[in-house]
Design a binder for this molecule. Structure first.
Ligand code: NDP
Length: 453
């Protein structure tokens, strides 16, 4: 096993230098695929994984736009079309200053396995820009989105590639992007998901990732006769995924005590109830303010600013039962994972993509806690995007209840795939192997069927 992983990683690192997040994502999956190659040599012979680590297409482009002061600004746009073996490319767009080619390649790679796990026919992609929407006026965000789409539109389409939102890309940005696509293509098609409900959006899409991660955690807890009811819960981030995780955890009787943004985190021992969540939604989605204001608004809340020299994140160092990392990649390191296990966390469901370092994952697996990687736990978002694509093709909207029921069914089925696959490959309870292998098998088989392309 070591030799396959060492060999593939040497190739990936040589071909993709400096892309450390991409190396990390590939290493984690390669360790699982080694088990598949041992059991099914036809995949090894056809170099299926070796082909999967090479994007089918990478598009990189200039985005120039004019800010409110009349200054010309230049950003870089990307779309990574990773794998289309089982359906059109599908994956979000991220607007954040930390966006690089390597970050988007890791996200596109993860997306291939995630989309396969949903059981829906979607290939994997990711895109975005180093543009920072923070502190920009609506007019500036609109002009940026329009110029971004001026190039992207020729590479996407409802049967080719269907982008969605991610960090920094919510309903406002999807609206501007869709408006420009429609103008350029002269077509009203379901080319983006996460649209407004009045113009083709699925009713449950904003909630889907957070609700889905919570349903997945409930499924994992049930395998040990446990429930979210009465549990103390840590959530990081305060954006789309974090907000709807809090809402669903509250619905199921849990108590969320933390939220964060890139400046710091809040600890609220009394719990973030529906009224306080409404404040967060207004703060983050409308006023676009900082999480510190939550501590100023409610008594008994402690705010702690980020301290980059600390070596660990104090958010993960509170007594709790369940954790939903829902901000960004590598927000849980080895020390954080050890702190969580020591403080009583028995279940981690990743709302974010790859929030745990490889060393942190090892701590969770060694401790034998319930640990679900993002590609399984946060697949609810793209699953409902897949449903939005079907609705757009049929021109038939579903009700909120239908969407939520389907989402719950899909999360249940992803959980079952992960659990049974882990068992079949001799690692029961290992959701990392379950998700990686479960996602790999369907895409791998399609690649075998479709020849060397
Ligand atoms: P949002 O932009 O709505 O929120 C992101 C949150 O994470 C904000 O609170 C933000 O703080 C914080 N954050 C972002 N970057 C950093 C950073 N470098 N350090 C610390 N905090 C940071 O994004 P989403 O909620 O949509 O996405 C959150 C995670 O979930 C991402 O990993 C994304 O890939 C993943 N995901 C999202 C899906 C979706 O449907 N939206 C689907 C599947 C996965 P601040 O406001 O200060 O920037």
């Amino acid at each position: 096993m070591a030799s396959f992983v060492d060999e593939i990683m040497a190739q990936v690192k040589a071909k993709n230098p400096m892309e450390k997040e991409f190396h990390q994502a590939v290493t984690e999956v390669a360790e699982s695929v080694a088990l598949v190659y041992d059991k099914f040599p036809e995949f090894r012979k056809a170099k299926v994984f070796e082909r999967m680590v090479e994007p089918e297409r990478v598009i990189m482009f200039r985005v120039s736009w004019v800010d409110d002061k009349g200054e010309i600004q230049i950003n870089r746009g990307f779309r990574i079309q990773m794998n289309s073996a089982i359906g059109p490319y599908k994956g979000g767009l991220r607007f954040h200053p930390s966006v690089t080619l390597g970050v988007l390649k890791f996200l596109a790679f993860e997306q291939v396995f995630k989309n396969s796990l949903t059981t829906l026919p979607m290939g994997g992609a990711k895109g975005g820009s180093d543009f920072d929407p923070k502190g920009k006026s609506d007019g500036e965000v609109m002009r940026f989105c329009q110029n971004f789409m001026n190039e992207l539109f020729r590479h996407i389409g409802h049967d080719t590639d269907v982008p969605a939102g991610d960090i920094g890309v919510g309903g406002r940005e999807i609206g501007f992007l869709f408006g420009q696509y429609k103008k350029l293509a002269n077509q009203f098609t379901g080319v983006l998901t996460g649209k407004g409900p009045a113009w083709g959006g699925a009713l449950i899409r904003p909630e889907a990732t957070g609700y889905g991660a919570t349903y997945f955690a409930a499924e994992m807890l049930a395998t040990r006769g446990e429930k979210l009811e009465g549990k103390t819960v840590l959530v990081s981030g305060s954006g789309n995924v974090a907000q709807y995780t809090v809402e669903k955890v509250n619905d199921l009787g849990g108590k969320v005590v933390t939220l964060s943004d890139s400046s710091g985190y809040v600890y609220d021992e009394a719990g973030i109830d529906a009224k306080k969540l409404k404040f967060i939604m207004e703060l983050k989605n409308e006023r676009r303010g900082r999480i510190k204001e939550y501590a100023d608004a409610f008594p008994g809340v402690v705010y702690t600013p980020v301290d980059p020299n600390l070596g660990y994140n104090p958010l993960w160092n509170h007594k709790a039962d369940v954790a939903f990392p829902s901000a960004t990649q590598n927000e849980i390191n080895e020390q954080d994972a050890a702190n969580m296990v020591r403080n009583g966390v028995i279940c981690v469901a990743e709302g974010a993509n790859m929030p745990t370092t490889l060393e942190g994952v090892r701590v969770f697996l060694d401790a034998g806690i319930l640990y679900a990687p993002g590609k399984a736990a946060n697949a609810g978002g793209v699953a409902v995007s897949g449903l939005e694509m079907s609705q757009n093709s049929m021109r038939l909207p579903w009700t909120r209840e239908e969407g939520d029921n389907r989402l719950r069914g899909i999360m249940k089925s992803i959980h079952k795939t992960c659990a049974t696959t882990a068992e079949q490959f001799g690692t029961p309870g290992n959701y990392v192997n379950g998700a990686n292998i479960g996602g790999f098998m369907k895409v791998g088989r399609a690649m075998l069927d479709q020849g060397v392309v």
